[in-house]
Design a protein around this ligand. Structure first.
Ligand code: TH1
Length: 817
């Protein structure tokens, strides 16, 4: 990326005040005196949006008229976070905003807080999509994000009196939302069901029902690039054509039923992360947004053309399939080309395979989507025919490549048997040009295990692009103190658009003055977080203790239970005097995690964490030594507050299970040290920051495999380490359930008999490395030197770099001229 200095504000503070006043008057219809923080928020957002408008229209025009291929990022999730401050940063208006808002008698922080965070994603996958479109705009690459404007985003998490997770609906659109622009005039018709008939020797799909996909456009402003791309999220509306036949029979409610149900398609985000929910509505959602997006791209790139030459389509736009969720786009493009535009099979297949690429984000076999043939046939009968034909052609192709019949059989896109299924990852691999994993280790395991047959026969298709995160949101906005220190240390702010410049900080790790300033920044962030936590959640966190954080979705493979077991062991050791109270390094542990509403073990783990927190925080014996806090409803906003205040980050999944992780990158870039396993992007982070600046523990992928092979017996580990035995016994005997021995029995039984993710096997090395961590922490200068080296050496993990890798290895395109 070409380095940029911070952009210059297009307005003075005085001008901006006038613009806000004008919006207050003509949009909200309130006077300055009447205006609430929320009014100021809406008015200033609308004013900021106007400043983006010119760049937005020129970017769209250049995208269509220029000869640079655009990128279409198809994703069921975009976890954007709040928009206002990001737009201000990218326009260079942060300080003008602060001053204008103050002049109008409001607190800028409260105005920014009035924005309601859209939660249109579950976790890493959705946040990655948001980072990627930010980076594409910042690089000046023409791009569209395509997804769904869910009416209800990820549920709002609360905890009840027993510490159990309660899910509340997140009706984010109940608030005035100034960023999305609904464009009824660019809507698309998406059809479902019905049957396929033969007419003049051609197959013709006669659908049973249709919905109207209405685009809601969000501007995606680049940082200092002068470019503004589009995130187009589809919302489902019904057509007002009644089924008059039914209506005449005076069954009004039956007549409107299909209309009412049509709008359900974009009503709710599925709250499962890394596990699919093979539900009909989910497939409807997938087809809905993908079909609308493909037709939209044809409309955009061939304006007003009845018979466009779609053999040029792959030169206009390349579509990235974000996991398997949009893979139904492959048969849909085939259908469009053959049925709607009359191309023959081979031409259509050539266009389609050139158009799509597929990113796989997981290794868990249960997370690879498969759809029953029966369901697809019912919902999308023409697509099922096309998928069968793709499968037939593909099997023919394979026969030309190998004589190994078993292998060919394993690679079937459509399985055989009584309940045949379509494997979407296989369809994506066959129907696109490239397949990539999201970290080196993950891409390797994809080739060696998950998609091995494919990589053996099509080795050139496979590549890696390691994930990244945007430094604008996750350093500059989240951590202004560190940002200022980095700029001071480097003597430039160009690092925000060329994050490898952070390497220039490495020598400063030996400069005691700089190290002290760095320590002061971290401490100030801890104080700020403690104040925020007190204000927002009502708990006291002592900034003079080590801040140790584990935030991510709750999943057994991520092993929050390893953390909680070690924490209980530590609690017991202090209480029983096994360790001398004076030798205990005071620590405050923060958890943040949502569990899928139907994921029983994950929800029970949440309850356990909350109750450990309750017991520990109320025990005078450990007061000042150990505290545990679990703020509810972890989201992008909380991440932006907590990450900069964290000193020790936990990335402790079982090796071979976390595809990448992106939290790990955000923490390292904000100067936290990581305790972690050799999993996902941890491997690359450790390589870059140096083994001596990373707390490594636990089994490797090979050791994990060997142990499964040998026969894993978790009870052996329970017997072998008295700390572990003590922790589990305390859970069983009711220490964290008011004496009730049954509450956590399912967790305990699982640990002692199954423990699929080998939490117990990694316990000892995890508990042992804590001594090393605490020894280092007792030497603040040494700790902070290592933290600075983490910042200095993780510039690679900018999503700008990820985008450059995609451009070079997969998309073969670049910035607009
Ligand atoms: C996550 C991966 O678990 C994580 O390791 C990775 O960093 C992130 O994607 C971004 O690449 C995934 N999220 C989902 C969500 C669904 C299905 C599969 C995955 S993998 C719904």
């Amino acid at each position: 990326m070409t380095e940029q200095t911070a952009p210059k504000s297009p307005v003075t503070t005085e001008q901006f005040i006038e613009e806000i006043k004008e919006q207050l008057k003509y949009n909200q219809g309130v006077t300055v005196e009447q205006a609430t923080d929320a009014d100021i928020y809406v008015a200033s957002s609308l004013a900021v949006r106007r400043h983006l408008m010119d760049s937005w229209t020129t970017t769209q025009k250049d995208t269509v008229e220029g000869n640079t291929k655009a990128v279409g990022y198809l994703s069921a999730e975009f976890l954007m976070g709040k928009q206002l401050r990001n737009a201000l940063l990218n326009l260079g208006m942060l300080s003008e905003f602060d001053d204008a808002v103050k002049a109008l008698g409001h607190d800028p922080q409260l105005v920014v807080d009035a924005e309601y965070e859209p939660g249109l994603g579950n976790g890493g996958l959705g946040r990655l999509a948001a980072c990627f479109i930010d980076s594409l705009a910042s690089l000046g690459v023409p791009a569209f994000g395509y997804g769904i404007q869910y009416k209800y985003g990820i549920f709002k998490q609360e905890f009840d009196a027993e510490g159990k997770q309660v899910e509340r609906p997140d009706y984010w659109l109940a608030n005035e939302e100034p960023w999305g622009h609904i464009d009824y005039n660019r809507s698309q018709k998406v059809s479902f069901g019905g049957s396929v008939v033969e007419e003049d020797g051609k197959k013709v799909w006669k659908p049973a029902w249709s919905v109207r996909a209405v685009p809601v456009d969000y501007m995606v402003p680049g940082y200092a690039s002068g470019r503004v791309n589009t995130l187009r999220l589809w919302s489902a509306k019904s057509y007002d054509e009644f089924d008059l036949l039914t209506f005449n029979k005076s069954e009004y409610l039956d007549a409107v039923k299909p209309q009412v149900e049509a709008e359900n398609i974009s009503k709710i985000l599925y709250p499962e992360d890394s596990t699919p929910q093979g539900k009909r509505l989910r497939l409807e959602q997938q087809y809905f947004f993908v079909a609308a997006s493909l037709h939209d791209a044809i409309r955009v790139f061939y304006p007003g053309q009845d018979k466009p030459d779609l053999t040029t389509f792959p030169n206009k736009i390349t579509f990235q399939l974000n996991d398997t969720h949009p893979v139904i786009g492959i048969p849909e493009l085939m259908r469009i080309l053959i049925d709607e535009y009359g191309y023959d099979w081979n031409t259509a297949w050539d266009i389609t395979t050139k158009t799509f690429n597929y990113t796989c984000h997981t290794l868990l076999p249960e997370a690879l989507e498969v759809w029953p043939v029966d369901l697809i046939s019912e919902l999308l009968p023409r697509h099922m025919q096309i998928i069968n034909e793709i499968n037939d052609h593909f099997l023919e192709e394979l026969k030309g490549l190998t004589r190994d019949k078993e292998r060919i059989n394993r690679m079937r896109i459509v399985t055989e048997g009584d309940y045949p299924q379509v494997r979407m990852a296989y369809l994506a691999t066959a129907g696109g040009s490239h397949v990539n994993g999201v970290a080196e280790l993950h891409s390797q395991l994809l080739k060696d295990v998950t998609l091995r047959d494919f990589s053996d026969l099509f080795p050139k298709k496979f590549t890696n692009v390691t994930n990244g995160v945007t430094p604008r949101r996750f350093i500059r906005l989240a951590n202004p103190r560190l940002s200022a220190l980095i700029t001071e240390g480097l003597g430039t702010d160009k690092w925000l658009s060329d994050l490898e410049l952070l390497q220039g900080l490495a020598p400063l790790a030996n400069d005691d003055e700089f190290v002290k300033k760095f320590a002061e920044v971290k401490h100030a962030n801890k104080v700020a977080f403690a104040n925020f936590a007190k204000d927002r959640y009502g708990f006291d966190a002592n900034p003079d203790t080590m801040f140790n954080t584990m935030v991510k979705r709750l999943h057994e493979y991520k092993r929050q239970s390893l953390k909680i077991l070690a924490l209980i062991a530590r609690y017991a050791a202090i209480k029983n005097g096994t360790i001398n109270a004076d030798d205990v390094l005071p620590r405050t542990v923060f958890f943040g995690a949502k569990a899928a509403p139907g994921y029983y073990m994950a929800k029970l783990t949440i309850q356990l964490i909350n109750n450990v927190a309750r017991v520990v925080n109320n025990d005078p014996d450990v007061k000042g030594k150990l505290a545990v806090h679990f703020p509810a409803n972890y989201n992008v906003r909380l991440a932006q507050h907590l990450i900069p205040a964290t000193e020790l980050d936990e990335q402790i999944s079982q090796a071979g299970k976390e595809a990448s992780g992106t939290g790990n990158m955000k923490f390292a870039l904000n100067g936290a040290l990581t305790v972690g396993t050799l999993d996902g992007a941890n491997v690359e982070i450790r390589e870059r920051v140096g083994a001596e600046n990373f707390f490594l523990f636990g089994m490797t992928v090979d050791e994990v495999d060997a142990l499964y092979e040998e026969g894993y017996n978790p009870a052996k580990y329970y017997e072998a380490d008295p700390r572990l035995k003590m922790a589990i016994d305390m859970i069983s005997n009711g220490t964290f359930s008011d004496g009730d021995r049954n509450t956590y029995a399912p967790l305990v039984a699982d640990w002692l008999t199954k423990d699929y993710f080998m939490t117990l096997a990694d316990f000892t090395s995890y508990a042992d490395i804590q001594y090393q961590i605490e020894d280092l922490y007792r030497n603040p200068m040494e700790w902070n030197r290592k933290a600075i080296l983490n910042v200095a050496n993780t510039g690679f993990f900018s999503s700008d770099r990820s985008m450059e890798d995609y451009l070079e290895r997969i998309w073969h395109t670049g910035p607009l001229a």
